[in-house]
Design a protein around this ligand. Structure first.
Ligand code: UDP
Length: 340
């Protein structure tokens, strides 16, 4: 059974990747420090090792033990807003830790890498949709830290023969269609889960960050891509690297933008609940529009998103939110000792 290391495999996107890798005949070895991930999100047949990707004393023996085909790297801090107020966290977690991981991989002879990057590397759009050649001028430390790794990867390929695939995600969203996996950030900051927490009654209203952007209705436009489709793209990227494919960079998005207001309307449609909206100021670091041209991923990788429709993406996330809501409402089970 070929082995892949999945760094951040206890997180939102990583846990979906672990499931898919296991289903497709790979042994997934999850490396996660569980700072934000959840051990119970890891597929039962995957191997979980708890530690930091940047800790060579932890990573080197593990890489030598498992001799993976490839390392997939999902372990990162990924909040645009937080990156504006705590940039040190982003530079340390996303750049310093990743460079350390790459150096440990070099020392252990592992030379295939799949990197989770982001549309935030582009900054304000010069044209929409954006191809991979679009100017990279990030406007927040999150995007800066990811771009710095992208640049390092190009140098590592040239000098050390590292073969990598960089996947620039637009907005990851949705949940596993069978309801078993989904987004569990604490605190939650992402639009779709927050909107659904309003629908389920966990929150009173959703704050809409900005109504004065230069977009059709004044709110920010994003390209929401289903988390299962992201995982599928990683699998294709892995197969391409295994077949000897050269390093490459791909956008992953559906090529269709939805404004914040449209997302809220879609959530009202899907859930049947009214969702009160409060207008808040813009969030620092947000470009007005991010929409992907993912032609290259489709043609090179044969990537075909299975769930491009925003209502389906929200329906899967809603199923997950309802499950979370049921967990919260379930009466706490009294510990054994209390029954005596
Ligand atoms: N957003 C919002 N209210 C919220 C959270 C997010 O209006 O409570 C907006 C945010 O400004 C952005 C879009 O929703 O335009 C998507 O934000 P999210 O944090 O989900 O993802 P990001 O684009 O930061 O990766």
């Amino acid at each position: 059974m070929p082995t892949v290391i999945i760094a951040g495999g206890a997180g939102y996107i990583g846990s979906h990747m672990v499931r898919l890798a296991q289903d497709r005949g790979y042994q997934a070895v999850v490396v996660d420090n569980l700072a934000t991930g959840h051990a119970d999100a890891v597929h039962p047949n995957a191997i979980l090792r708890v530690g930091d990707i940047g800790d060579a004393a932890f990573m080197a023996p593990l890489l030598r033990e498992f001799q993976p085909r490839c390392v997939m790297h999902f372990a990162a801090a990924s909040l645009v807003g937080e990156s504006m107020t705590d940039p040190a966290k982003y530079w340390r977690n996303n750049l310093v830790q990743t460079l350390s991981l790459l150096d440990t991989m070099r020392a252990c002879g592992v030379n295939q890498f799949i990197f989770s990057s982001t549309a935030a590397v582009y900054g304000d759009p010069q044209q929409v949709p954006m191809t991979e050649a679009h100017r990279r001028l990030p406007i927040n430390p999150y995007g800066q830290s990811k771009l710095a790794v992208e640049n390092a990867l190009a140098d590592y390929d040239q000098a050390y023969g590292l073969r990598y695939t960089t996947l620039r995600y637009f907005n990851a969203a949705g949940a596993h269609p069978d309801g078993s996996l989904g987004e569990r950030h604490e605190p939650e900051t992402h639009l779709i889960p927050l909107v659904l927490q309003v629908a389920s009654g966990r929150r009173k209203e959703i704050g809409r960050f900005g109504k004065d952007f230069d977009t059709q209705d004044g709110s920010c436009v994003r390209d929401y891509v289903h988390v299962q489709d992201l995982a599928a793209a990683h699998l294709l990227a892995l197969q391409r690297l295994e077949a000897g494919g050269a390093s490459a960079i791909y956008n992953l998005g559906n090529g269709e933008g939805h404004s914040v207001t449209e997302v809220i309307d879609a959530a009202r449609r899907v859930t049947g609940h009214g969702i009160p909206v409060r207008d808040d100021p813009r969030r620092a670091g947000d470009p007005p529009v991010l929409v992907a041209d993912a032609t290259r991923a489709r043609s090179d990788l044969g990537w075909q998103p299975q769930h491009p429709d925003i209502d389906t993406i929200i329906a899967h996330a809603w199923q997950w939110e309802q499950k979370a809501q049921r967990r919260l409402e379930a009466p706490a089970v009294a510990p054994q000792s209390a029954l005596v």
